[in-house]
Design a protein around this ligand. Structure first.
Ligand code: NAD
Length: 333
């Protein structure tokens, strides 16, 4: 791609200082230091003028937004892994390349998934509220704050990709047995290292596991993959954890099943109507049945810098006339 002027890179959200400094050195970077992302007229203007747009997960780049793009927009370099907030099909039709930042969020998101499993099973967040809220008399009783042991239990991973496998490594160390359902069976070496059992039938796996973790992307095929019918297959002691995307679970059905005691609890980092969170889930959190996090699965200083570096490499490679390493291909959708 040859441009006489320096290509304009528009970023919708504040990024780590080190990333913004590098972007300013390399590109004509228009950065956003407001607390709110670019929306409405500001986003439309950015799309009109930009050669490259750098959105994040909170930016809804659908077909109507893309219709406002000017002729120069050739690359959407997403600051994040999941691209379900972008209509990638329409972008590709318009000749716009889309990239993401895979790999660098894997370990941190797997850590947070494990943290959610432990929090729900051992009531960590519930317990942590007691002393600051002065609800603790100082007494201790053998029947007080009992959780569930995780050692020896079965973990069912839905989506055995990078994060699913990183979670499986951690869970194995905690003494959980690993079960998984994936679009395709993973290689024999990985399966053997993780001592993982593959379930072609998601239904059959759900009926047998104690903890379910959702680690697949949100795509048309995974929307409500954990439907009301499938959630009903879980044991009443089962716990559901989701650090992937809210839309993969029928959240209303999940809340209802927890309310009536047909599922023990849940740990959720992502929600169907994000950033809105269902009042039913909030009520369940107050009752200590669910743990809710504000989409912080990958939120470490290190991952944000690494993500920024990936975005920069994708932009620079593209502007140098080569294929960026993290291109989204139609086969991935
Ligand atoms: N909470 C966070 O902050 C956070 C951070 C990073 C990623 N994520 C989410 O986690 C998701 C997974 O990330 P990853 O890096 O492991 O992705 P990945 O592409 O490495 O793995 C996803 C796996 O899901 C499988 N899959 C896809 N469709 C499926 C289906 N219909 N049924 C069963 N399996 C299916 C794929 O085959 C793949 O193995 C991302 O798409 C993103 O939405 C969330």
């Amino acid at each position: 791609m040859s441009l006489k002027r320096k290509p304009l890179v528009v970023v919708t959200r504040r990024l780590p200082d080190v990333v913004e400094t590098r972007m300013r050195e390399l590109f004509d970077a228009r950065l956003n230091h407001e607390d709110t992302p670019l929306t409405g007229a500001a986003l439309a203007q950015a799309l009109q003028e930009a050669d490259v747009l750098v959105p994040t997960v909170t930016d809804e780049i659908d077909a109507s937004v893309l219709a406002q793009a000017g002729p120069n927009l050739r690359l959407i370099a997403n600051f994040g892994n999941g691209v379900d907030h972008i209509d990638v099909g329409v972008a590709l039709q318009r000749g716009i390349t889309v990239t993401n930042t895979p790999g660098v969020l894997t370990e941190d998101t797997a850590d947070m998934t494990m943290a959610l499993i432990l929090s729900v099973a051992r009531r960590v967040t519930e317990g942590a509220r007691i002393i600051p809220d002065d609800a603790w008399s100082g007494g201790w009783s053998p029947t007080w704050m009992l959780g569930r042991r995780i050692t020896g239990k079965r973990l069912g991973i839905v989506g055995m990709g990078r994060i699913g496998q990183a979670l499986a490594r951690r869970a194995k160390a905690f003494g959980l047995s690993i079960h998984y359902h994936n679009r395709r069976r993973v290689g024999a070496r990985i399966e053997s290292d993780l001592e993982a059992t593959y379930w072609e039938s998601l239904d059959q796996m759900l009926a047998r596991v104690d903890i379910v973790s959702v680690n697949c992307p949100h795509t048309p095929a995974t929307y409500h993959l954990l439907s009301a019918r499938r959630l009903k297959l879980l044991k009443p002691e089962a716990v559901v954890v989701n650090t992937a995307r809210g839309e993969v679970i029928d959240e209303t059905a999940l809340a209802r099943l927890i309310e009536v005691g047909d599922i023990a609890g849940a740990g959720l980092d992502v929600f169907e109507q994000e950033p809105a969170v269902s009042p039913r889930l909030v009520k369940l959190a107050k009752a200590g049945k669910v743990v809710l996090l504000p989409h912080m699965g990958s939120a470490t200083h290190e991952s944000r810098v690494d993500m920024g570096e990936k975005v920069i490499i994708n932009i620079k490679t593209f502007l140098d006339g080569h294929r960026p390493p993290d291109r989204i291909l139609p086969s991935m959708l």
